[in-house]
Design a protein around this ligand. Sequence first.
Ligand code: ADP
Length: 525
Amino acid sequence: MSGPLLPPGVSERDFQSALAEFAGIVGRDAVVSGSSAQEAYLDPFAPGDARTWRPSAVVMASDVEQIRAVLGVANRFRVPLWSVSTGRNFAYGGAAPRLSGSVVLDLQRMNRILDIDETLAFALVEPGVSYYDLHRALKERGARLWADPPAAGWGSVIGNTLERGYGTTAYGDHAAAQCGMEVVLANGDVVRTGMGAMSGSRDWQVFKAGFGPSYDAMFMQSNFGIVTKLGVWLMPEPEGYLLARYAFRRDDDLERVVDTLRPLKLDDTIQSSAVIESAVRWAAGVSTRKEWYDGPGAMPDAAIDAMAKKIGIGRWNLRYCLYGPKTLVQARRDRIHEHFSRIADAELFELPYRESAIEPVGGGDRSQVGIPGLAAFNLLNWRGGSGAHVDFSPVCAPRGSDAMKQYRMVRDRAARYGFDYYGGFTASQRHMHHAFAAIFDRDDAKAARAAGALIRALIEDAGAAGYGQYRTHLAYMDLAASQYGFNDHALMRLTDTIKQAIDPNGILSPGKQGIWPAHPKEPGR
Ligand code: ADP
């Protein structure tokens, strides 16, 4: 039997010395190594063998000074650190590191909400603050502000924002609603971006740019630093809201739905993100697959039609929310209906207009009014067994023809691997995210491998058709990054140059988003 898992290129002696020094910094209870660390931090939804992405140890830091000291040790022993905030990045890898043998630097103990400014509508948070925490804090102080939750509200504001996650209120683009960061660099230097660089300024969360180059975006989906504070703009609570959805009868209605939606998003008639969901995606939230179909292969068209009819949904379903005073909401509602009612058999379902103090009841999407939940996990029972999923997430221009092309591409490829089309499009003002989930039973190794192989094939299909990913699981970071290959991968050359300059020992999250330092590389790379 081999010894303990080590970071690549680090001797067992050095590793033990590094662990002892980590314990001296953060305390013994905050360093875990061996199999218990590995088990708790493995990817629960791994598309294949979860042990492919195994940490050698976990270090829990409680403040910036500890992080700086940990970085000093990691630099000295060349120990790679994989930073997570709450590590709930499920379907994209959870808390597991891209490079097996990395030490997970878990920041969940840093969980203070440092500021909520009710006048200027922002918050400043540490890595361990979840969307639930922020929502609760806003409620407790009676602040008339909403934090936009992603589909899984238990994750952190910082982790989700750095991954460029999305929610569905009018502030659904989390990266766009970020303002100001504090970052610890690999050499231990502590940087504040934007106005935060000016010691006497109180405008850190008001103006993103500051003076000179702006770096915030550089710390998103990268391995250039450890983010320890982040400002987030909050949505002023509107007077009231109206939750609505349309059901569209035919599979090829998608094209017209997108072409009808685009101008209404572009001119802000629809203020929330607009979410287009396939029948299976809707059905997976309210039923299990075998109620509708129990045969081999993907669900046939006739079964999907029958299921949609029985549940009272369309082949495609569009959800959105309108915000503001009743008269303005009504005007938006009428204009939207004027457009969508032109699609044959389109059916509108809406909840009554409600004042914001009243939470939605009766099937409304609570996240569209800023209430976090765990809707992201609705799908887990669809296939039975221990449900898991892995996602394919290409960017899609809001053109009906592109949406239709991507949909057919994914549906057909998924069917060849025996998976249903569980998918949809989330439309922001100028682009859509197409999200497809391959749902599988994680206790079935063959199904997990098939899901993994399907996502790989989809990323390749998409790349060949000129479509790139906005986010991927650890398993596909290199593949997704390689699709961004203009001018012989000039973008990655620039990234590599920056990486080498600011993290010469390659200790920060090696391999994240396909960014590898010269050392340590994955064995065999
Ligand atoms: P969640 O908020 O869903 O729990 P994670 O904590 O798992 O998300 O973070 C998602 C990813 O974002 C991590 O895998 C890591 O690459 C990156 N990340 C998270 N927090 C930080 C941070 N504080 N500094 C740098 N990168 C981070």
